[in-house]
Design a protein. Structure first.
Length: 262
C-alpha cells in the first residue's frame, strides 16, 4: 500500500537546504513584494490547460510576439525536471520508483509541485524583464490535485493549494492566467506527437495516460477560471477542430491587450 504522505519519507539529509526557513518576517516580506501585482515591474502571464493543450507552442509564440513589440521577455516551464524537486516530480509522474503520482493523495502531490516552483523562485528578481511567461503555474496544481481528491470523496483543495503557493511560499500571482479550452481527444493526439522526453522517454506520464483525469481537469479549469478576475479562457476549438497556431496566438495577444498589459 502506498503511503499517503509520501513526501515525508525523505530523510533529513535529503531535505536539507531545500525547504524554506521558518522565518515569518521574511515570508511576510516576500508576500508583500511578490503578491501585489500593481507594485511589480515585471508582468507575469501564466499559460494553463490540460496536457497536450498547446501551451508550449503558444508560450513560444507569445514570447516572439512580445519581443517584436520591443518588450524583454523571460520564460519558465513547470515542472523543471532538471532541478531537485522537479526531478522528484518527474519520477512520480513516470512511476520510476514504483510510486506513481496518481496513487499519492492530492495534498502531498501538490506539495511536490509547489516546492519545485518555490525553489526556482528563491532568486527571482522583479524588473529584470518586462514580461515573465510561465508554462503551467499554480492553477494547474490546484486543478489536477483537487479533482483527484474529489474523486476519492475528499474536500476540494483548490483554496488550500492557492494558499500554499501564494500565501506560505510567497510565489507571485500572475497578472493574467490564460486557460486554453480544448477537447481532451484533440489534446491526447497532441501528446502522442511530443516525442522523447527525459522523464518518460517516448511514452506518456501517468496523468497524460488517464483520459478521465484530462476530461475532469478541463472541466475544473473552466469552472475555476470563470470565477477568477485574473483569468481569461481561450477557446481553441471550432466546429470540433483545433484552431490554427496563429489564430490562437492572436487570441492570446488580444486578451493581453484587453487587460491593458501592453
Amino acid at each position: 500500500m502506498v503511503p499517503t504522505m509520501y513526501l515525508y519519507h525523505l530523510t533529513k539529509v535529503q531535505c536539507q537546504g531545500h525547504f524554506p526557513k521558518k522565518n515569518k518576517c521574511d515570508r511576510i516580506q516576500r508576500q508583500k513584494t511578490r503578491g501585489r501585482r500593481h507594485m511589480r515591474k515585471t508582468k507575469i502571464i501564466a499559460i494553463e490547460g490540460i496536457d497536450g493543450g498547446g501551451k508550449g507552442v503558444q508560450v513560444r509564440a507569445l514570447k516572439e510576439n512580445l519581443q517584436k513589440l520591443g518588450y524583454t521577455v523571460a520564460g519558465r516551464d513547470y515542472p523543471m525536471y532538471d532541478t531537485y524537486f522537479g526531478a522528484q516530480v518527474g519520477r512520480l509522474l513516470s512511476g520510476a520508483d514504483g510510486v506513481r503520482a496518481d496513487e499519492i493523495d492530492g495534498k502531498s502531490m501538490a506539495l511536490w509541485f509547489a516546492l519545485d516552483r518555490w525553489e526556482s523562485f528563491k532568486d527571482y528578481r522583479d524588473g529584470e524583464t518586462d514580461f515573465l511567461i510561465i508554462n503551467r503555474f499554480v492553477l494547474s496544481n490546484a486543478v489536477y490535485q483537487s479533482i483527484r481528491d474529489i474523486d476519492l470523496g475528499k474536500p476540494d483543495i483548490v483554496n488550500w493549494v492557492m494558499d500554499l503557493e501564494y500565501g506560505h511560499f510567497g510565489l507571485p500571482k500572475p497578472d493574467l492566467n490564460i486557460v486554453f479550452s480544448i477537447l481532451p481527444k484533440a489534446a491526447e493526439e497532441n501528446v502522442t506527437k511530443k516525442g522523447y522526453r527525459g522523464y518518460v522517454g517516448e511514452g506518456k506520464d501517468v496523468y497524460e495516460a488517464d483520459h478521465g483525469i484530462q476530461q475532469r481537469a478541463m472541466e475544473k479549469y473552466i469552472e475555476i477560471a470563470t470565477d477568477m478576475e485574473d483569468a481569461d479562457i481561450i477557446y481553441c476549438m471550432e466546429e470540433g477542430r483545433l484552431k490554427s497556431i496563429d489564430d490562437i496566438a492572436k487570441m492570446v495577444m488580444d486578451a493581453i491587450k484587453r487587460r491593458g498589459l501592453i
